[in-house]
Design a protein around this ligand. Structure first.
Ligand SMILES: C[S@@+](CC[C@H](N)C(=O)[O-])C[C@H]1O[C@@H](n2cnc3c(N)ncnc32)[C@H](O)[C@@H]1O
Ligand SMILES: CC(C)=CCC/C(C)=C/COP(=O)(O)OP(=O)(O)O
Ligand SMILES: [Mg+2]
Length: 292
C-alpha cells in the first residue's frame, strides 16, 4: 500500500495553510465566538466580522436608563455594521444577475448574503477558517440561497477561480492579513478587464509618521499587520487596479465606536480604535478600483 492509498480524499481536496502564519489565523477564526459578533448577528441572521458606519439613531436607542436598552444598543450596532456593507456594495457599480462576485476573506458570510439579496447574482467566498465556511454555508442553506452563495476554505492569495472570470471582488476588513502586492495581483488575475474591486479597511496614516502605539495594539489584538494608506495605493497601481473612489470613512465610524464603548459587549479594543482615529494615526477607508 502506498501513502496515496491511505491519504483521505478530503485531505487531498483541501490543501493546508500556505504558511505557519495562515495556520495561526485559521485557528484564530475557528475558535472565535465573541458575543459582540454572535449577539449582533442573531438580530437578523446576518453575521459580520467588520465594524459599523453612520449616525446613531438616538430615538431607536430610547431612554439610557430604560428597560431593554441593551437589546436596542445591540440592534443599533448591528444596523451600522450592515450599513457598512451597503456602502461597500454601492461601490461595486452595476452587477448583472448572471455575474459572479468574490468575497476575499468572507468571515461568516454576512456581506455575501447581502450581495446576493441586492443583485440576485452568484457570490463566492474564501476564508482560512473551516468553521466560518461551514457557518456561512449553513446560513445560505437555511435561507434557501445555497445555489447562489458559497463559502470555501481557500487562500485569498491563490483563489480557486479562473483568470478573468469574476465581475467584481472585495476585501471587507481582511486585507491586513496578507501582503498587498500578492493580494492585488491575485484580484487582478481573477477580475475581468473593466471589473471592479472594493476594499474597506483600516490603514495607518503616513502623515502621522509611523504606526502609532494604538495601531500596534490593534495588530497584536487581532494578530494582523495593518498597512499604510500609501501601501494600498502603490500596490493597486502596480497591479492594474486604478482607484475610482477613495473615501475616508473615519468620521462615519467614530459614532459606532463611541456607542460600542458604552455597551456590555466591549472587548477591550475600543480605546485603541477611538484614540487612533482621534489622533489621526489610523484611518478607516474605502477604495474602489477598476481593473484595467
Ligand atoms: C475580520 S474578518 C472579516 C470577515 C468578513 N469580510 C466580514 O466583513 O464579515 C477577516 C477574515 O479574513 C480571512 N482571512 C485572513 N487571511 C486570509 C487568507 N490568506 N485567505 C483567505 N481568508 C483570509 C479570515 O479567515 C477571516 O474570515
Ligand atoms: C479595521 C481593522 C484594523 C480590522 C482588523 C480586522 C478585524 C479583526 C475586524 C473585525 O472583526 P470582528 O468583528 O471579529 O472584531 P470584534 O470582535 O472586535 O467585533
Ligand atoms: Mg465585530
Amino acid at each position: 500500500m502506498t501513502t496515496a492509498d491511505i491519504t483521505p480524499t478530503r485531505t487531498a481536496a483541501i490543501p493546508g495553510p500556505a504558511t505557519s502564519y495562515q495556520g495561526d489565523i485559521a485557528r484564530y477564526w475557528d475558535h472565535e465566538a465573541r458575543p459582540v459578533n454572535l449577539r449582533l448577528g442573531d438580530v437578523d441572521g446576518l453575521y459580520h466580522h467588520h465594524y459599523g458606519i453612520g449616525d446613531i439613531d438616538q430615538a431607536a436607542l430610547g431612554d439610557p436608563n430604560g428597560s431593554g436598552r441593551e437589546e436596542r444598543v445591540i440592534a443599533e450596532l448591528h444596523r451600522l455594521e450592515s450599513a457598512q456593507t451597503d456602502v461597500l456594495l454601492d461601490n461595486l457599480g452595476h452587477v448583472p444577475r448572471e455575474a459572479t462576485l468574490v468575497d476575499a476573506g468572507c468571515g461568516r458570510g454576512g456581506s455575501m448574503v447581502m450581495a446576493h439579496q441586492r443583485f440576485g447574482c452568484h457570490v463566492e467566498g474564501v476564508t482560512l477558517s473551516a468553521k466560518q465556511a461551514d457557518f456561512g454555508n449553513q446560513r445560505a442553506l437555511d435561507l434557501g440561497i445555497d445555489g447562489f452563495v458559497r463559502s470555501r476554505v481557500a487562500n485569498m492569495l491563490d483563489m480557486p477561480f479562473g483568470t478573468g472570470q469574476v465581475a467584481a471582488s472585495w476585501n471587507n476588513e481582511s486585507s491586513m492579513y496578507v501582503d498587498l502586492d500578492d493580494l492585488f495581483g491575485e484580484h487582478s488575475r481573477i477580475l475581468e478587464v473593466g471589473g471592479r474591486y472594493v476594499t474597506i479597511t483600516g490603514c495607518w496614516n503616513p502623515v502621522y509618521g509611523q504606526p502609532s502605539k494604538w495601531v500596534s495594539q490593534i495588530n497584536a489584538h487581532f494578530e494582523c499587520n495593518i498597512h499604510s494608506r500609501r501601501e494600498y495605493l502603490r500596490a493597486m497601481a502596480d497591479n492594474r487596479l486604478v482607484p475610482q473612489a477613495v473615501i475616508d470613512l473615519t468620521p462615519a465610524t467614530v459614532p459606532y465606536w463611541e456607542l460600542r464603548a458604552t455597551s456590555s459587549l466591549v472587548t477591550g479594543i475600543e480605546e485603541a480604535f477611538l484614540s487612533s482615529y482621534r489622533d489621526g494615526s489610523f484611518q478607516y477607508v474605502l477604495i474602489a478600483a477598476d481593473r484595467i
